[in-house]
Design a binder for this molecule. Sequence first.
Ligand SMILES: [Zn+2]
Ligand SMILES: [Zn+2]
Length: 158
Amino acid sequence: MKDSPGTHEAWAAALRAHGRRVTKQRLAVLAAVEHHPHSPAEAVLAAAREDLPELTAQSVYVVLGDLTELQMLRRFEPPHSPALYETRVGDNHHHAICIGCGRVEDVECAVGHAPCLTPHWDESATPMTIQIADVMYQGICQDCQRTQTLPSLSKQAK
Ligand SMILES: [Zn+2]
Ligand SMILES: [Zn+2]
């Protein structure tokens, strides 16, 4: 898979806007995460090395941390999983993770009343203006439902 030149241009512009040099390493990491959304650092490293074989694990970790701080990447940490990265930032989408196989799906929007997203402020609390609601759904994906390899719910609760 190849990125359109437009994507690279947008990344280069964003890096420059943050005062970062546009390096091969940064672009390789961004492209790897773009093509493998919700990947842990090791998978990003493996994918980025296909473009840039000399890339070290150390530099991938540094670049991932830096780009996350710049909010060009989003990092989230599902339970019982290493941190995962994606290029889809700034839209406050949520994630659903399968407790059977660890598959992650994007959830556009949390709707309805339960579980509630509007914070109820206790009398002792100092209310905040909420900017982000980060919801992690946990469930069972269709593949796992079909193959019935899912662990029992009681075993998960530890
Ligand atoms: Zn699954
Ligand atoms: Zn996502």
